[in-house]
Design a protein. Structure first.
Length: 103
Protein backbone atom coordinates (compact mmCIF):
# COMPACT_ATOMS: atom_id res chain seq x y z
CA UNK A 1 0.00 0.00 0.00
CA UNK A 2 2.79 2.38 0.91
CA UNK A 3 4.52 1.80 -2.46
CA UNK A 4 1.24 2.44 -4.28
CA UNK A 5 0.79 5.76 -2.47
CA UNK A 6 4.36 6.76 -3.29
CA UNK A 7 3.83 5.86 -6.94
CA UNK A 8 0.63 7.93 -7.08
CA UNK A 9 2.40 10.85 -5.44
CA UNK A 10 5.17 10.73 -8.03
CA UNK A 11 2.61 10.77 -10.84
CA UNK A 12 0.87 13.78 -9.29
CA UNK A 13 4.04 15.87 -9.40
CA UNK A 14 5.74 15.83 -12.82
CA UNK A 15 9.52 15.84 -12.98
CA UNK A 16 11.24 19.17 -13.42
CA UNK A 17 10.85 20.32 -16.98
CA UNK A 18 13.70 21.46 -19.14
CA UNK A 19 12.01 24.81 -19.61
CA UNK A 20 11.48 25.79 -23.22
CA UNK A 21 14.33 23.65 -24.55
CA UNK A 22 13.56 20.62 -26.75
CA UNK A 23 14.64 17.24 -25.41
CA UNK A 24 17.17 16.61 -28.19
CA UNK A 25 19.09 19.73 -27.10
CA UNK A 26 18.91 19.25 -23.36
CA UNK A 27 20.15 16.49 -21.08
CA UNK A 28 20.95 18.05 -17.71
CA UNK A 29 21.86 21.72 -17.69
CA UNK A 30 23.08 21.97 -21.26
CA UNK A 31 20.89 24.91 -22.34
CA UNK A 32 20.87 28.45 -21.06
CA UNK A 33 19.95 31.91 -22.19
CA UNK A 34 22.95 33.91 -23.37
CA UNK A 35 23.17 37.68 -23.56
CA UNK A 36 23.25 39.15 -27.04
CA UNK A 37 26.62 40.71 -26.13
CA UNK A 38 28.06 37.19 -26.64
CA UNK A 39 26.59 36.92 -30.15
CA UNK A 40 27.80 38.59 -33.33
CA UNK A 41 25.73 38.28 -36.46
CA UNK A 42 27.69 38.28 -39.71
CA UNK A 43 25.58 37.79 -42.83
CA UNK A 44 24.74 34.11 -43.05
CA UNK A 45 26.71 33.18 -39.92
CA UNK A 46 26.38 33.79 -36.22
CA UNK A 47 29.52 33.96 -34.06
CA UNK A 48 29.12 32.82 -30.45
CA UNK A 49 31.74 33.82 -27.90
CA UNK A 50 30.85 32.87 -24.32
CA UNK A 51 33.34 33.77 -21.60
CA UNK A 52 34.01 31.16 -18.90
CA UNK A 53 31.35 31.30 -16.21
CA UNK A 54 28.66 32.79 -18.45
CA UNK A 55 26.97 29.43 -19.22
CA UNK A 56 26.28 26.50 -16.86
CA UNK A 57 28.18 24.11 -19.12
CA UNK A 58 31.14 26.46 -19.49
CA UNK A 59 32.31 27.16 -15.93
CA UNK A 60 34.99 29.64 -14.94
CA UNK A 61 37.69 27.09 -14.17
CA UNK A 62 40.61 28.29 -16.25
CA UNK A 63 38.98 27.69 -19.60
CA UNK A 64 39.17 30.01 -22.54
CA UNK A 65 35.99 31.42 -24.06
CA UNK A 66 33.62 28.98 -25.76
CA UNK A 67 33.51 29.91 -29.43
CA UNK A 68 31.45 28.65 -32.34
CA UNK A 69 30.41 29.85 -35.78
CA UNK A 70 26.95 28.67 -36.76
CA UNK A 71 25.31 28.95 -40.17
CA UNK A 72 22.10 30.95 -39.85
CA UNK A 73 20.24 27.99 -41.41
CA UNK A 74 20.96 25.90 -38.28
CA UNK A 75 19.61 28.45 -35.80
CA UNK A 76 16.36 27.26 -34.27
CA UNK A 77 13.18 29.21 -33.69
CA UNK A 78 12.98 31.39 -30.57
CA UNK A 79 12.04 29.96 -27.19
CA UNK A 80 12.66 33.07 -25.08
CA UNK A 81 13.62 36.73 -25.26
CA UNK A 82 17.36 36.00 -25.32
CA UNK A 83 19.63 33.85 -27.42
CA UNK A 84 19.67 30.24 -26.22
CA UNK A 85 22.78 28.07 -26.44
CA UNK A 86 23.04 24.38 -25.56
CA UNK A 87 26.51 22.97 -24.90
CA UNK A 88 27.25 19.33 -24.03
CA UNK A 89 29.48 18.44 -21.05
CA UNK A 90 32.29 17.72 -23.53
CA UNK A 91 32.03 21.23 -25.00
CA UNK A 92 30.11 20.36 -28.17
CA UNK A 93 27.57 22.87 -29.42
CA UNK A 94 24.19 21.12 -29.43
CA UNK A 95 21.65 23.78 -30.40
CA UNK A 96 21.32 27.54 -30.84
CA UNK A 97 18.05 29.44 -30.54
CA UNK A 98 17.35 32.95 -31.80
CA UNK A 99 15.75 35.47 -29.44
CA UNK A 100 12.07 36.34 -29.80
CA UNK A 101 13.09 39.43 -31.77
CA UNK A 102 14.24 37.01 -34.50
CA UNK A 103 17.37 36.57 -36.52
Amino acid sequence: MRALLLGLALLAFPAAAHGPWPHECYHDRDCAEVSSKHIREDGERVHIIIPPGEHPMWPADGRTAFTAIVPRSLIRKPVSGEWGVCISPSGTLLCVFAPLSGV
